[in-house]
Unconditional design. Structure first.
Length: 397
């Protein structure tokens, strides 16, 4: 817009007074000339100053402000979404211990720096392809692990599982058109047979545990197949001495925030009939604790079956370490606390106890889980089936 010069002129009022006025051209409107003017100034100087002010105000009013170019919004990346999912969604979908595990597994994805083969975090979420995910997961196979040279295929599948669950939520929220993990081919995991203790190994283990609480822990673990947390949450009221039954209704869980009691993994209460060996072992432990109750009185905590001398809960990780040391002392190789659970299942199945009964005792949510884990424990059953069929088809002489 051109500067406005304007003009100042004198005029005569009807009363005969000589006054001053200003006028200047405004921008044409619809092709017609537009004039802005004002009169009534007593001197030429005041009219000139008023003209300058009027022109400046008019020019300011006509100036179109320059809008700076807008910055495009930041595109949400895979890392952004996984962190959001871990913070806002995962806590409502899983237990605290599982959430801790999810954070650890997701860390492999989030910590890989841009440019590294395993990097996914900086990839825009909407641009994520299954080929990119697959390449990153296989690159993780070459990453060092805490206790071994490289991450195992099982760990890679667990990392992929966490990523897939988070991307399912992104799909539900219409952030992505499809979960790319659906087309990813994951590394194979070699199936290993569940280790079970032989009878002589169980005898050696019981012998080295004789005299302290670990003997009862071993006996109840072998008799019930209960999980570590379930055993550590047992209380004396859960033992029915009259019917020789044991009830599992809760589990002790160890998290970074401390110990907490939760429902069992399957969510169902289980009752076990115990044999005389297990009952006698419980009686032995109960008598030992009676001495502690008398000694500590009101300072004794709770009614836990397996506990510290003052009744406080035992830390699950320390219990596992203690049992491993007992196994090593008994010269039992390649075994852990979980081996006791496998031992019960394998011996029951190989001795003809129905699969559904064993599955219920273990607390599996589905009998197919039991069948998949322990199918190799039944070599004699196959021979028994062949012998039975032969008797059916062979005529009686």
């Amino acid at each position: 817009m051109k500067d406005k010069a304007g003009s100042v002129s004198k005029y005569l009022t009807k009363a005969g007074d000589r006054l001053w006025r200003y006028r200047f051209d405004a921008d044409p409107m619809d092709g017609k000339r537009q004039i802005i003017s004002k009169q009534g100034f007593e001197t030429r100087g005041t009219a000139t100053k008023a003209l300058q002010v009027a022109i400046e105000e008019y020019q300011r009013s006509k100036t179109v402000p320059v809008t700076p170019p807008s910055t495009p919004p930041k595109r949400e990346t895979v890392g952004d979404w996984v962190r959001t999912w871990l913070r806002d969604y995962a806590p409502h979908q899983c237990q605290p211990k599982t959430l801790e595990r999810y954070h650890g597994l997701a860390g492999y994805i989030l910590s890989a720096k841009e440019g590294e083969p395993a990097a996914l975090a900086a990839t825009p979420l909407v641009d994520l392809k299954h080929t990119t995910v697959e390449a990153a997961l296989y690159a993780l196979l070459r990453m060092p692990a805490k206790r071994r040279k490289h991450l195992a295929p099982k760990s890679i599948r667990e990392i992929a599982g966490v990523l897939s669950v988070s991307l399912n939520e992104a799909f539900r929220l219409d952030k992505i058109a499809v979960n790319p993990l659906l087309k990813v081919k994951l590394p194979k995991v070699e199936r290993t047979e569940a280790r079970a203790l032989a009878q002589e190994e169980m005898d050696r283990l019981r012998e080295v545990c004789r005299g302290d609480w670990t003997l009862t822990f071993i006996d109840i673990s072998l008799a019930t197949g209960a999980r570590r947390g379930e055993l550590l949450a047992l209380e004396w009221p859960d033992v029915d001495w009259l019917t020789t039954t044991l009830m599992v209704s809760k589990s002790l869980e160890q998290t970074r925030a401390g110990l907490r009691v939760k429902r069992p993994k399957s969510g169902r209460v289980r009752k076990f009939r115990l044999g005389q060996t297990a009952i006698a072992s419980l009686c032995f432990l109960h008598e030992q604790q009676q001495e502690n109750w008398k000694l500590l009185g009101s300072d004794y905590q709770g009614q836990l079956v397996f506990c510290q001398p003052d009744g406080a809960p035992l830390r699950p990780d320390l219990v596992s370490q203690t049992i491993v040391r007992r196994l090593q002392k008994a010269n039992i190789k390649s075994a852990s606390l979980h081996t006791l659970r496998h031992t019960l299942a394998s011996h029951l199945l190989s001795n003809g106890v129905p699969l559904p009964v064993v599955s219920a005792r273990l607390g599996h949510a589905d009998v197919n889980v039991t069948a998949r884990i322990y199918s190799h424990m039944l070599p004699d059953d196959d021979a028994r089936a062949a012998d039975t069929w032969e008797k059916i088809v062979t005529p009686v002489q």
